[in-house]
Design a binder for this molecule. Structure first.
Ligand code: PLP
Length: 390
């Protein structure tokens, strides 16, 4: 374990942030460079006090606590909490803010699981949710109620890679004293730090870029210490805590976050630029391209355009099937944000419950492929796409 320092650079924080100094009695030879895995669900308790009780379901496992401090530093938050999955994080983050009778205003452009949570589960506990088109700023304002407690949005958006302008929403939440909750999974703190743009709460599926290796599920919630404590209470009771090993894998993944995400950004830009010139590809969705509807917002708001993009094949669903069969490096899989390049089709994953017409209406026609660009050599990734699309 490295010595405690007070660095400010993102790469340094991702490697060393939150590490406590070694015990004063430790000799150098006792101090490992890598944090040990405390694969223990029980810790010895002090006599005569409830203070300092450790139990992983409480969010107080040693591996979890280290990563919680580190993520808080990376997002510029007072405190953080790790949970068992991104969905666990979203559920507990919102349950800590909303009571029966409360109203939540949310962007309609959200992850499928989040959509289900808001529209089905929350209704059953008496929390009312209104979904709005996030680009219609006046709509946000019109839908506000006396019972509205928070605004929830996700940016960049899955799978169209739209980037939401935070300024009008921030104005609204500041005027009306509402909490602004942002799912920043697609960006990671390397590309975007929502708290710097007026958000009160940041949510991540750490399963994606933060862990980055397709080998551990996890979620995180970042915010003020008092709010994070409320989320922790929900996590304990609803049983959404992560396992120590998943926390350890996440810590390992975080060490390379900055270099990984920069490479994802670079590779995605290369792939998007290539795709824009292909006649077999009708449209490319990537915020780094001048042709993208949110390019200006993205350039002003983000530090990097991200590793996610989407393409629409001129030949529709048939061409997509053919292309997927021919790809060699790109693997057909639904998740994203890891070092391996993946390709998925929303018509068979997040949007399988829509009809082809409904999908086309929301900008996801058949032949739409979502690419999670990995960190392989861009030349190889492009060559593979090229031989498969022809
Ligand atoms: C994957 C994802 C989630 C859910 O995360 P899990 O770790 O799979 O529970 C939530 N939001 C976004 C934007 C995601 O991509």
């Amino acid at each position: 374990m490295p010595r405690a320092t007070q660095p400010t650079g993102l790469s340094t924080l991702a490697l060393h942030g939150g590490v406590e100094p070694p015990h004063p009695s430790a000799t150098p030879g006792d101090v490992p460079i890598v944090t040990p895995i405390y694969q223990s669900v029980n810790y010895v308790q002090e006599f005569g006090t409830a203070e300092g009780l450790r139990y992983p379901r409480y969010g107080t496992g040693l591996n979890a606590e280290l990563v919680q401090r580190r993520l808080a530093l990376l997002e510029g938050a007072e405190a953080g909490l790790l949970l068992g999955s991104g969905m666990g994080a979203t559920a507990c983050a919102l349950l800590a803010l909303l009571r029966p009778g409360d109203h939540l205003l949310a962007s309609a452009w959200i992850y499928g699981g989040t959509h289900r949570l808001l529209t089905q589960e929350f209704a059953s506990v008496g929390i009312d949710v209104t979904l709005v088109d996030p680009t219609e700023t006046r709509d946000w304002r019109k839908r506000l109620r006396r019972e509205t407690r928070a605004i929830f949005l996700e940016s960049p958006v899955n799978p169209t890679c739209r980037v939401l302008d935070m300024r009008p929403v921030r104005l609204l939440t500041q005027e009306s004293g509402l909490a602004l909750v942002v799912d920043s999974t697609f960006a990671s703190p390397v590309n975007f730090r929502p708290l710097e743009h007026g958000a009160d709460v940041v949510i991540h599926s750490t399963t994606k870029y933060l862990n980055g290796h397709h080998d551990a599920l996890g979620g995180a919630v970042l915010g003020t210490a008092s709010y994070v404590e409320e989320v922790r209470q929900k996590m304990m009771t609803w049983g959404q805590a992560p396992d120590p090993f998943a926390c350890w894998l996440l810590e390992r993944g975080l060490k390379t976050l900055d270099v990984r995400v920069r490479r994802h950004n670079e590779n995605a830009m290369r792939v998007a630029t290539w795709a824009e010139d292909r006649k077999e590809i009708r449209r490319v969705h990537f915020p780094g391209l001048a042709s993208h509807p949110d390019h200006q917002v993205a350039a002003a708001q983000l530090d990097g355009f991200g590793g996610m993009l989407a393409i629409e094949l001129t030949g529709g669903g048939k061409s997509a099937d053919r292309m997927l069969r021919r790809l060699k490096i790109w693997q057909h899989a639904p998740s994203l944000g890891g070092v391996d390049s993946l390709v998925s089709e929303p018509r068979y994953t997040s949007h399988s419950h829509f009809s082809p017409d409904e999908r086309a209406q929301i900008g996801i026609p058949d032949g739409f492929l979502r690419l999670s660009v990995g960190i392989e050599d861009a030349d190889d990734l492009i060559a593979d796409l090229e031989q498969a699309v022809r």
